[in-house]
Write a protein that binds this ligand. Structure first.
Ligand SMILES: Nc1ncnc2c1ncn2[C@@H]1O[C@H](COP(=O)(O)OP(=O)(O)OP(=O)(O)O)[C@@H](O)[C@H]1O
Length: 525
């Protein structure tokens, strides 16, 4: 039942992918310790191991390995690597901390009321939003999203940050976006929330801002009180970079992700010693890397009182599910739980992990005018695709940055070497060393390189200003994947939404149908 707004509908919902990557031994994008990896390499069947490693990464070749093969690979991997590399099983023997946790938030500065603010409904309708309470839940008493409007206002505006913070954190704008304006008071009332909101609508701050309030009320804890998990290294680095400047001088956050060499600043050794010496308030992590630190007893989740899953639908994929589940099993049941994503999948698992009180749905605009979408047809042969790409890139880069998405790592390299003949470009995928991944993304962010050729690693969550175009050189495998990729353009920016274009080389099918249905055009070069 929908409490507010129109009837419940998850417009972006698409069936989850039929194949996925393994979890045990590196369910997300993590790498094992170099020496361990070297030793185990000596013993392992190279071919099988290489295939299993491919399954471990976040841009796994979904669709290449079928379910049966996946199970047998997973089993082989479990048998071979269990003693040192099992990421989940031993965690399950550790009991979930119990008892009432300190999950209070300082009272909101805005006035509170026992009933929803009269303008709430018009605010929700205007912003194509719904709040769907789970059975038995009604809106919490503190709920007041439209503090800047009067009860009679037909046109309520976004609340501003000064409504919630005595000294508002330094943000791109003092006004909250719809998803932020609803999640802020809901999370601050201690509710568990699952939010679905289109790409680029500010979901990161929708959980970071209430988390900051929460940290203010939990300064005494000795181990971290906030945990944020996400599927890719790039997303984890980005979330941490959003949080860092907003923290108070006595608060600290730490990003845990794989692929770091032992000589680098964020090596296992240096992170372990930081975790021992310093009080870290916020952990932002990919799942397997997090588990490494829990298993080595360098990190305890016993004091976590706010638990956040970014790209939560992706985290329910087989690739991540077991390890996220194992981590969730360590979080106190009383902790505040939040999940956000632009698309919906794995609903039952999400409900179980988050014990959802409210689902918040922000529907995409019917016509997304900020991004022009094109379906490119009749490019069936590789040479023709590359020639078309050359012509297209040469005109697109005059306007702004371009991300070219390929389905596989090998395709990225092939396309990359062709593009390099006429343009500077960088590649970003699971076979590229982590420090180079980071350098390449940095160069793209700064505009030093205009073209980034990437796999799925960059398909979700990553926010780069000034990206004018996305080119889906290989057809995304489903509508959900398309939604995230096209979402790298048309993002919220100072002064409105950035304009962009998206070209997708594809055949007949769901993507062509959906793009044309929402006003996209067909090109036959
Ligand atoms: N209140 C705000 N006012 C202006 N800009 C904002 C506001 N909140 C966030 N932004 C900016 O909007 C951009 C998109 O935010 P964010 O990456 O959180 O979107 P998202 O919804 O998580 O997208 P995705 O689904 O692709 O991950 C960022 O550049 C961010 O700085």
């Amino acid at each position: 039942m929908s409490f507010f707004g129109e009837s419940e509908s998850d417009s972006d919902e698409a069936p989850p992918p039929t194949t996925a990557a393994t979890t045990t031994g590196g369910g997300d994008d993590e790498e094992e310790d170099e020496l361990d990896a070297f030793m185990s390499n000596l013993k392992e069947d190279t071919t099988k191991r290489k295939r299993a490693e491919r399954l471990d990464d976040d841009d796994s070749n979904d669709g290449v390995v079928d379910e049966e093969e996946f199970s047998s690979l997973k089993k082989t991997q479990v048998e071979k690597q269990q003693p040192k590399n099992d990421k989940t099983l031993s965690l399950q023997s550790k009991p979930r901390p119990t008892g009432s946790v300190h999950k209070t938030f300082p009272p909101l500065k805005a006035h509170t009321s026992q009933t929803p603010h009269p303008s709430l409904n018009s605010y929700l309708n205007k912003n194509r939003m719904q709040i769907v309470p789970s059975p038995g839940r009604s809106l919490p008493p503190q709920f007041l999203p439209t503090v800047t409007s009067t009860p009679s206002s037909q046109n309520p505006s976004y609340p501003s940050l000064s409504s919630y913070f005595v000294t508002p954190p330094p943000l791109p704008s003092p006004n909250l976006t719809p998803v932020q304006s609803i999640l802020f008071p809901l999370i601050c009332s201690g509710s568990n929330v699952h939010a679905l909101s289109p790409t680029g609508t500010g979901k990161t701050l929708s959980y970071v801002l209430p988390m900051l309030k929460h940290l203010d009320a939990n300064v005494s804890s000795t181990s971290p009180s906030a945990l944020i998990m996400g599927p890719t290294r790039e997303l984890i680095i980005q979330i941490n970079s959003v949080i860092k400047p907003l923290l108070k001088p006595n608060q600290k956050s730490l990003a845990l992700y794989g692929g770091i060499l032992s000589s680098e600043k964020n090596s296992t050794w240096s992170i372990t010693s930081r975790l021992k010496k310093e009080k870290i308030d916020v952990i932002v992590a990919t799942s397997t890397r997090l588990i490494d630190f829990i298993k080595s007893k360098s990190l305890s989740l016993d004091a976590i009182t706010i638990f956040i899953l970014d790209e939560v639908d992706r985290l329910t994929n087989k690739q991540f599910r077991d390890s996220v589940h194992a981590v969730e099993g360590l979080i106190n049941k009383e902790a505040v739980r939040v999940g956000v994503s632009a698309t919906n999948a794995g609903e039952n698992i999400v409900r179980q992990w988050l014990d959802v009180d409210y689902k918040v749905i922000v529907r995409p605009e019917k016509v997304k005018r900020s991004v022009e979408e094109f379906i490119v047809r009749n490019l069936n042969e590789e040479g023709a695709k590359l020639r078309w790409l050359r012509k297209t890139l040469e005109s697109l880069i005059r306007v702004g940055g371009v991300i070219v998405f390929c389905g596989r790592r090998t395709a990225c390299e092939k396309v990359g070497s062709s593009v390099r003949e006429y343009l500077d470009c960088k590649t970003l995928h699971g076979d590229v060393q982590q420090s180079v991944r980071e350098d390449n993304l940095k160069a793209f962010r700064k505009g030093e390189t205009k073209v980034l050729i990437a796999t799925d690693v960059l398909g979700r969550g990553v926010d780069v200003k000034g990206v004018y175009a996305v080119v889906n050189y290989d057809e995304p495998k489903d509508w959900r994947e398309y939604t995230h990729k096209v979402g790298r353009v048309g993002r919220l920016a100072e002064g409105g939404v950035e304009e962009g274009v998206c070209f997708t080389i594809c055949g007949e099918g769901e993507i062509k149908r959906e793009v044309l249905r929402r006003g996209g055009k067909e090109l036959c070069p």
